[in-house]
Design a protein around this ligand. Structure first.
Ligand code: AQP
Length: 348
């Protein structure tokens, strides 16, 4: 991206996942797998966060939240994130996120937030009854990123608009307070083959952990049998697969399954159609089921092993939070000074 101002800033990656239920294949292919891929790039520092404060913007049960936080952390580790190489932590342990989130509530404009499509989707028809937190969610997300002056953010395609807002907030802060380049204009890292994985029941809707139908998604915690069953039941059409991508244009469900295959196999949709073009779903679905089981069920097995010892996960998150807070605190001190506030930051 040409106007990314990362020059004076350390190359730092930040991304987060909400503990709002089981992680899906969409979260994995769109985000977490990319976190792991960046792990061995020593040109970056890396922070990966369970964004638990975002999870309370919609109805939730406190008793379930704690284990959901542990589950997301377990999914990170089971997918290959190593706490020795990346900082893994949960957001509510580092108060600087909430502090900067409030400041950004005062920087962002109502008109900007009114344009956010995710709020419209999540609030649905009941906008008047949505929490103020859900509305201001993108400001807290901007704070999550900028409190570390992160320069790169690996996310799925659905977060693109929020990242543009993050850049707008950074730019406005830098301009309004005459501190050029104070915050970097961060760059999204969106995977080419798996930017948006769609529901197995509706190829026009995003695969989502909060979809009421469990058959709409593959959860990372699903057993091998359940994964195979969900793929067998995935909605398709009666036609054989086409031999090129153009042939998928009006076939959202077929396009989604081919995209999942390509992403899991580490290849392109063209290559998948080169092999399966002209063949029906009776051939394709069993091959996709085998591939998905091979790649995903070991993650589920490891998650089950890890969540059986939540204290161990908690120790990793607490240690990560100390490291994250140490990075955020001096930046917050500069923020307070820039704004003429006397907060200065004496606490974590
Ligand atoms: N279907 C998807 N395809 C590709 N990427 C996806 N992501 C989510 N769904 C897909 C990416 O996963 C990361 C974490 O997302 P999140 O949990 O913070 O929030 P979300 O985008 O709202 O994900 P869900 O699954 O739809 O959660 P709920 O149902 O709780 O709202 C992000 O990088 C996202 O792009």
């Amino acid at each position: 991206m040409s106007n990314t101002s990362t020059t004076r800033h350390t190359r730092r990656v930040f991304s987060g996942v909400q503990p709002t239920g089981n992680l899906t294949l969409g979260n994995y292919l769109g985000a977490v797998r990319n976190f792991v891929a960046l792990q061995d790039d020593d040109s970056f520092e890396r922070l990966y966060c369970v964004v638990d404060m975002h999870a309370i913007t919609q109805p939730f049960k406190p008793i379930e939240l704690k284990s959901a936080i542990h589950e997301v952390a377990a999914a990170f580790i089971a997918s290959g994130l190593d706490p020795a190489k990346s900082i893994l932590f949960n957001q509510s342990r580092v108060s600087a996120h909430a502090e900067l989130g409030w400041i950004f509530n005062c920087v962002a404009r109502m008109g900007w937030l009114n344009r956010m499509t995710q709020f419209k989707e999540k609030a649905g028809k009941n906008k008047e009854n949505a929490s103020v937190g859900l509305y201001a969610y993108p400001n807290l997300m901007a704070a999550d990123i900028l409190v570390y002056r992160a320069t790169h953010v690996p996310v799925g395609d659905d977060q693109k608009q929020h990242l543009e807002l993050t850049r707008d907030i950074a730019q406005k802060f830098n301009n309004d307070f005459e501190v050029p380049d104070f915050f970097p204009l961060c760059e999204p890292l969106i995977p080419a083959e798996s930017a948006r994985i769609m529901s197995l029941r509706d190829g026009t809707a995003k695969m989502s952990k909060s979809d009421p139908s469990d058959n709409s998604r593959i959860n990372l915690s699903d057993t091998a049998d359940l994964i195979a069953q969900k793929i067998r039941k995935a909605k398709t059409d009666p036609e054989p697969l086409p031999s090129d991508i153009e042939g998928l244009a009006e076939r959202p469900e077929a396009r989604n399954l081919v995209g999942i295959f390509a992403a899991l196999a580490g290849t392109t949709q063209d290559a998948v159609l080169g092999e399966y073009g002209g063949r029906g779903f009776g051939d394709f679905k069993p091959a996709l089921a085998d591939l998905t089981v091979e790649k995903i069920s070991p993650i589920g097995d490891e998650m089950r092993r890890l969540t059986a010892a939540p204290d161990h996960i908690d120790a990793i998150l607490a240690e990560g939070a100390d490291r994250a807070a140490a990075l955020a605190r001096p930046i917050m001190t500069e923020v307070y000074e820039t704004l003429g506030l006397l907060g200065g930051g004496t606490t974590g």
